[in-house]
Design a protein. Structure first.
Length: 91
């Protein structure tokens, strides 16, 4: 996938989860995702996630003042503007 949301700092993600009063399991359950989704981001088995997953995590951590750029970045591997998908086709 040429455009990906990538985790910036795994340790910071884990720290912010706990500082916000969550465990990995409780955050996953409240965000309607599998525990393994968050666990794999923290332990490095996954380095990217969907925009939907990033948004769900951020919505739960916003009380701690966390924003997208604190935890994630967008990697664009398209080589030129001509390679971008048509507007509205990428989730």
């Amino acid at each position: 996938m040429p455009i990906q949301v990538k985790i910036k700092d795994r340790a910071k993600l884990a720290e912010l989860i706990y500082k916000s009063g969550y465990t990995i399991r409780s955050l996953a359950r409240e965000s309607n995702m599998a525990d393994s989704t968050i666990q794999f981001l923290i332990d490095g088995r996954r380095t990217n996630c969907s925009p939907k997953t990033a948004k769900a995590i951020l919505e739960k951590l916003e009380s701690a003042g966390v924003n997208f750029d604190d935890l994630f970045f967008v990697e664009n591997t398209y080589k030129s503007q001509n390679e971008l998908p048509p507007t509205g086709t990428e989730g």
